[in-house]
Design a protein around this ligand. Structure first.
Ligand code: GLA
Length: 364
C-alpha cells in the first residue's frame, strides 16, 4: 500500500480584529493538508508558515497519539505562537544586536528578542503564506512549499527563492529538504520549529524523555543567548548527552549556561561521520523514539523553558514549563558575526541545500 495524500480543505478564515487600528482583516483562506503513510502515520500541515498542526505516530503497542504541540485556531498562531511547528527563516536562531556586516556593508535587522534578532524577525518565514504543491511517489507523499522573500524583507539583502519539501515515507520518516537561491549575498539558515512531547498530547513535562546527542562540543552563550565564539567540550558539563540521559537529570544543576538558557537552549556542535545520527530521543512510558539525522553542523536543543502555562493549545491542553522540546537542526547562532563558525552566507549562483530527517520508531 502506498501513502495517501488526503487532499486539502479550507481550515479557517481570518476574522481577527487588528487591535491597534480596530480594522478587521479580510477573510483569507488558509489550506490544511493531510499526509498519511501506509503505516497510519499522519501529518497535518498548513500553508501559513508551513506549520505542522499535528503529527500522529504509534507507541509500542500501536496506539497513535499527536506528538507535537500547537493550537486549534489559526488566530492563535498569528497572535502569540512561540514558533509552534513552523518553518524558520531567513535566519533560524539569533543574530547579535540585529546587525551584521557583509561585503563591507552593515545591515540592520529587527531586534525582536531582547537586544537580538531571532528567527528571521517580526514577520519571518513562520508568518508568511507559502505556495504549496502536493506530490505522491511510490513509498512517500509530500508537499513542496515555495516562497519568494523580496530584497530587503526584514532587512535582509537580496531576493531569496526558498523551497522547503516535507516528505512522509512508509518508513515513518518525516524528511525536510531545504533549498534556496539568491540574487545578492545574504545569510540563510532555515530550520523547522516543531515542539515535541513523545508521550503524546502535550499533557506532561518532557523531563523524563531520554536524549542522546552526537556532539562532543557546544557553543556556550552570553546572558542574551548569543554564542561567545568558543566551541567548548561537553565533558563534565550538563551538556554531555553522548550517552542516553534524561532531560531532567541535570537541568536544575547550578551551571551558568543552564542559568542563561533557563534550562537547555543551546547549540550543539554535531560530530560528523558516515551514517551517524545527530540525536535520538526516547520516551520511556510510550516507547516512542525519534531519531534525527541532518546535513547541518549544529542542533539547537531547546527544552521548552519559555512555556509557562499561559498558552492554551490543542484539546484545551495548557502548555506548562517544559511541556515540549525542540531539536532545531541548523548552522550555529550568530554565524554572520562569527567568522570562525561555518559560513551561512549564500551568494548568487550558489545553491543552499540542507536535509533533516526525523524518524519515528519504538523501543520495547
Ligand atoms: C528557539 C530559541 C528559544 C526560544 C524559542 C521560541 O528555540 O532558541 O530561546 O526563543 O525558539 O520560544
Amino acid at each position: 500500500m502506498t501513502p495517501r495524500l488526503c487532499g486539502w480543505c479550507l481550515l479557517l478564515v481570518w476574522t481577527t480584529a487588528c487591535e491597534a487600528s480596530s480594522v478587521t482583516r479580510e477573510p483569507e483562506a488558509v489550506s490544511v493538508y493531510t499526509l498519511k503513510n501506509a503505516r497510519g502515520m499522519e501529518v497535518r500541515v498548513i500553508d501559513y508558515g508551513g506549520i505542522i498542526l499535528s503529527l500522529k505516530v504509534p507507541d509500542r503497542s500501536g496506539h497513535f497519539a499527536d506528538v507535537v504541540l500547537g493550537y486549534e485556531a489559526l488566530a492563535d498562531y498569528e497572535r502569540s505562537s512561540p514558533y509552534f511547528g513552523a518553518i524558520i527563516g531567513r535566519y533560524g536562531n539569533r543574530i547579535a544586536r540585529g546587525r551584521f556586516t557583509l561585503d563591507g556593508q552593515t545591515y540592520t535587522l529587527a531586534t525582536n528578542n531582547g537586544p537580538n534578532h531571532l528567527h528571521g524577525g517580526v514577520k519571518g518565514f513562520d508568518k508568511v503564506v507559502w505556495d504549496v504543491a502536493p506530490f505522491e511517489r511510490g513509498d512517500s507523499v509530500g508537499l513542496v512549499f515555495r516562497y519568494t522573500s523580496p530584497d530587503g524583507e526584514e532587512g535582509y539583502p537580496g531576493t531569496l527563492q526558498a523551497t522547503v519539501t516535507y516528505t512522509l515515507t512508509d518508513r515513518n520518516e518525516l524528511v525536510f529538504d531545504y533549498h534556496a537561491t539568491t540574487d545578492r549575498a545574504t545569510p540563510v539558515n532555515l530550520t523547522q520549529h516543531s515542539y515535541f512531547n513523545l508521550a503524546g498530547d502535550g499533557t506532561n513535562d518532557i523531563l523524563g524523555h531520554v536524549v542522546t546527542l552526537n556532539a562532543d562540543r557546544f557553543t556556550p552563550v552570553d546572558s542574551t543567548l548569543i554564542p561567545t565564539g568558543e566551541m567548548k567540550s561537553v565533558s563534565g558539563t550538563p551538556f554531555d548527552f553522548r550517552t542516553p540521559t534524561a532531560v531532567g537529570a541535570r537541568i536544575e544543576q547550578v551551571d551558568q549556561q543552564l542559568r542563561y538558557g533557563r534550562g537547555y537552549d543551546h547549540n550543539l556542535v554535531l560530530n560528523k561521520g558516515s551514517d551517524t545520527l545527530a540525536a535520538q530521543v526516547y520516551e520511556p512510558t510510550s516507547g516512542r523514539v525519534m531519531e534525527i539525522a541532518t546535513t547541518e553542523p549544529g542542533l539547537q536543543f531547546y527544552s521548552g523553558n519559555f512555556l509557562d502555562g499561559t498558552l492554551r493549545g490543542k484539546h484545551g491542553a495548557v502548555y506548562r514549563h517544559r511541556f515540549g522540546f525542540a531539536m532545531e537542526t541548523q548552522h550555529y547562532p550568530d554565524s554572520p558575526n562569527k567568522p570562525a563558525f561555518p559560513s551561512t552566507i549564500l551568494r548568487p549562483g550558489e545553491q543552499y541545500r540542507s536535509r533533516t530527517i526525523y524518524k519515528f520508531t519504538v523501543q520495547p
